[in-house]
Design a protein around this ligand. Structure first.
Ligand code: ADP
Length: 158
């Protein structure tokens, strides 16, 4: 069975990595979908965001990443996937995720959204928090893959 892990991944954090790896234990194939045009203007280009995700998934069996620029449902259909996996941190994630899952269900009854609860050590972690810490020179070690840590350091040392 194929599952899609969609997101803006701007940039990918250790919390995302945790969800992707746990999804890969549940499903034979997991395609990480990097949204080309997320609602909030991203800091990193889609190409960079994909490169960071690829650094994490490359060589991992059943895992791959791809940019998508369409309805999520269409991206899932393209991969013959019937599962969308999303991570849930706090209650604050719930409202948005609930709405998205219901909208996607309205678009296709064949595709189910399933949720994986954040691991306690990553429940506080978000891409925006990481960017804010990096902008002010704080330490983001272990919060993001090393390729992202380096890219953020480079970006904010300019
Ligand atoms: P989007 O912009 O579509 O919300 P994100 O890249 O911010 O995409 O997140 C993708 C998915 O990963 C979402 O389901 C989000 O709730 C989840 N997620 C983000 N950070 C974490 C974390 N620290 N732990 C678990 N899940 C997370």
């Amino acid at each position: 069975m194929t599952a899609i892990c969609p997101g803006s991944f701007d940039p990918i954090t250790s919390g995302h990595v945790d969800i992707i790896k746990r999804a890969s234990l549940l499903f034979e194939r997991v395609v990480v979908g990097v949204a080309k045009h997320p609602p909030k203007k991203p800091l990193f280009s889609a190409k960079d965001r994909l490169r960071f995700v690829e650094a994490v998934v490359s060589g991992q069996k059943g895992l791959r990443a791809e940019i998508f620029d369409s309805l999520l449902i269409e991206f899932a259909q393209k991969h013959d996937a019937r599962i969308i996996v999303r991570g849930l941190r706090a209650i604050s994630d719930f409202e948005h995720e609930f709405q998205m899952a219901q909208l996607n269900r309205k678009l296709s009854l064949q595709i189910e959204t399933v949720f994986i609860m954040a691991s306690p050590e990553y429940g506080y972690l978000s891409s925006s928090a990481v960017k804010e810490i990096a902008e002010f020179g704080g330490c983001i070690e272990n919060m993001v893959p090393s390729v992202v840590e380096e890219a953020l350091r480079k970006m904010y040392s300019k």
